[in-house]
Design a protein around this ligand. Structure first.
Ligand SMILES: Nc1ncnc2c1ncn2[C@@H]1O[C@H](COP(=O)(O)OC(=O)CCCC[C@@H]2CCSS2)[C@@H](O)[C@H]1O
Length: 380
């Protein structure tokens, strides 16, 4: 609200106002919005949900008529999927859990990207009429060109930035609201490229869906091209270029996304972005049809699994195994209990552990059923 109030003042009076965001650098510095209001904001947080919530907050709360706002942010390791994507199809969720890599669904469309502290995110907020992604990308390339004239970074028709005409260093997405809009993009400076490619490979077999697929590209870091660069130098040069383009001063407003007094309602926005219902539940309906081998002592059998998922929840489930290996009633029992549950390994394990306790049978059947349950959960 304070930022909004500040902008309102500036729109009315069109002059300098005191920045109100609580930060050591900005509390008392005046923010000059003469010559077409604008501002540069930088997040103090490296939490992907908090930073995405700042985007939501600005989009929903600030009248962007006549204003250009650049928001700069970086995250600790995270995978960010597009609004209409399927996380099971896009990434290796198990590997992410093992590495503590967060999964976030953003409100803009497009594909899946990997973030870490070696990746800079930029969000360009404008009024919908002023929304111009190529202009923003040209601004970035211009700033890089000034920094390192020999470095060849150019935008493509699909609004990626390519290094040496081949390696993607930036991906773009956008959200167009009723009157406000934003274009956001990444910039790979010094990310963990090995982790990037391993987490963006899904192990999921036999998945069918209409969700937006990502468009994988060879990627490279700017620092691999020029190790004398770093994220700070690159961000500074982007800030310089942006201030020049919009006639702003070099003042940066530091944003603390936890500061409910400055950004009223932000905590709820952050929470919403973290819910299972948003991250997984918004996945367009899909199905998984797969088969795999199960082994117990010397006997083995092929299991066929067909699962349909709606809103992230199992809508139908069919498990087929040879009768001699496991009685079909037991497969049906498991399948029917899975319906209505989240397509989620921890929830499935909780359910199957409870079922297992009520499943007397022989020790052998007990073991086989357990093996089946573990394998079904590992598909999720
Ligand atoms: N951080 C990053 N930067 C550039 N390219 C990446 C990155 N991570 C992965 N990739 C490559 O892009 C493709 C996906 O390309 P695709 O074109 O499908 O998707 C995108 O580019 C989406 C960009 C979203 C930008 C937002 C800005 C703030 S929040 S996220 C992926 O398979 C990798 O090959």
């Amino acid at each position: 609200m304070l930022i909004r109030r500040a902008f309102d003042i500036c729109v009315k009076k069109q002059h300098v106002f005191k920045s109100v965001v609580s930060s050591p650098h900005s509390t008392l510095s005046p923010l000059n919005l003469e010559g077409g209001g604008g501002a540069i904001l930088k997040s103090l947080s490296t939490n992907v949900y908090e930073n995405l919530a700042v985007e939501d907050w600005i989009h929903d709360n600030i009248d962007l008529q006549g204003k250009n706002i650049l928001f700069l942010w970086r995250n600790s390791s995270a995978v960010v999927i597009g609004r209409h994507q399927n996380p099971w199809q896009e990434c290796n969720l198990k590997l992410m859990r093992e590495h503590g890599i967060q999964l976030a669904r953003r409100r803009s469309g497009g594909g899946t990207v990997y973030h870490d502290m070696g990746n800079i995110n930029m969000t360009f907020f404008t009024n919908k009429k002023k929304y111009d992604r190529m202009k923003n990308l040209n601004m970035i390339t211009k700033s890089l060109n000034k920094l390192r004239p020999q470095m060849d970074v150019r935008p493509t028709e699909r609004l990626d930035l390519l290094l040496n005409g081949h390696f993607k260093v930036s991906g773009t997405a956008a959200k167009l609201g009723r009157t406000n809009a934003y274009h956001h993009c990444t910039l790979l400076c010094n990310s963990d490229r090995a982790l990037l490619s391993s987490v963006l490979k899904s192990p999921c077999q036999g998945l069918k869906s209409n969700a937006t697929p990502s468009v994988p590209s060879p990627v490279k870091n700017l620092l691999e091209e020029d190790p004398t660069l770093d994220c700070g130098i690159i961000m500074d040069s982007i800030v310089t270029e942006y201030t020049k383009q919009y006639g702003l001063d070099h003042h940066i407003i530091l944003i603390e996304p936890k500061d409910e007094a400055t950004l009223p309602g932000i905590s709820k926005m952050t929470q919403d972005l973290q819910t299972w219902e948003w991250v997984f539940g918004k996945t367009p309906k899909f199905s998984v049809s797969t088969s795999f081998k199960l082994g117990y002592k010397l006997s083995s059998a092929m299991v066929t699994l067909n699962i349909a998922v709606k809103n992230g929840t199992i809508d139908s489930c069919n498990i087929k195994l040879p009768q001699h290996w496991l009685p079909s009633e037991m497969c049906e029992h498991l399948a029917s209990h899975l319906i209505g549950n989240k397509f989620c390994p921890s929830e499935t394990t909780r359910l199957t552990s409870a079922l297992l306790r009520t499943c007397p049978q022989s020790e052998e059947l007990h073991h086989k059923w357990n093996i089946l349950c573990e394998n079904v959960a590992s598909v999720m």
